[in-house]
Design a protein around this ligand. Sequence first.
Ligand code: SER
Length: 326
Amino acid sequence: MTSKREIKKVLVTGAVGQIGSELTLALRRRFGADNVVATGRKTAPSDELKNSGPFYFIDVSKRETLEEVVRKHDIDTIVHMAAILSAVGEQKPMLAWDVNVNGLLTVLECAREHEMAQVLVPSSIAVFGPETPRDNTPNDTILKPKTMYGVSKVAGELLGDYYFYKYGLDVRGLRYPGIISHETAPGGGTTDFAVAIYYEAVRQNRYTCFVREDTRLPMMYMPDCIKATIDLMMCDVSKLKHHSDFNVGSMSFSAGELAASIARYMPGFECSYEPDFRQQIADSWPMSVDDTAAREEWGWSPDYDLDRMTQDMLENLKRKHAAGRI
Ligand code: SER
C-alpha cells in the first residue's frame, strides 16, 4: 500500500531552527547538497546553510509557497521541522495550532497529491500529560496533554497515521525529548534551560534556571537526535508497526544533576533556581521514556550520556566564546 519510492529529493521546513539547521547539513552530506532543499519562514539562514545548497523562504500555511518549491525541485520527501514549541505555544495557542496542525495538513496534502516517497514529522514528549505514567513512559499510553503544543502534536501523530492508513503515504515520526545543542539556539521551548545553562556556564560560570532543581526530564544530545531522525527515515517501512509516534530515549536527568555535571568540568559553576510558568509544563511531562518500540522496529540506540555530552558541549562553546561568537 505504501509507495516505497526511494528518497531522492528532500525538502526541509524549519531548516533555520535548532534541529533543522543541523539536520539539513547532515541530510546534504547523505543525499547530496543539491538534493536537499532548505526552507525557512523568516529567520535568515546561516552562511553555511545558505551556501551549501538551495534555500527558499516559504510559509507552510500558504500551500502555493510550498508547492512552487516542490515542483521546481521535483521533491519526493518532506522533513517537516517547522513548529511552534511549548512555551510560545502557551502564549500564542492559536498560532501554535495553526502552524503545527494546519501547516502539517498542508504538507501532508501536498505530499499525497505528489505521491511522495515519505514525510517525516517530529512529535514530542509533550504529547503526554499528568495522567500518563511519568517514569519509563510507555510508547502506547494515555495522551492527554495540557499544553496547546502537546494537543497539536497529538493531532499531528493522528494525522500522520491517518494519511498512512487511508492514503498509503509513508509518514514517520518520533517523539523528541529536550534536544541539547551548541550550533543553533532553541526557541520557545520548556526544555530550553538545558541548553541555556551551558551557554551561561561558559559566559559567566553561573545560571538562573527557570525550573526547579528536582525537575527531571528526558533529554538528548543533537548528534543522537540527527542519528535517530535519519535512521527512522532510512529504515524499511515493512519493519514498522508504529509510524508517527515513536518514543526515543537517551538520557534523563534533573536540572540539579545537569548543573552538577557542568560543575565537574567548570569548577565554581553556580546554578540558582527561579521557576516560572514553564515549571507547570515540565511537571506534566515524563521523567523518562520507554523506547522499546524504536529499538525493536528500527534499531534505535543512543551514543551519548550526560557527562559525555557536557564535555562536548563545553568544548564547543568555549571555542565559540574565545572566537567572540557567543
Ligand atoms: N523541546 C520541546 C519544548 O520544550 C519539547 O518537545 O517545547
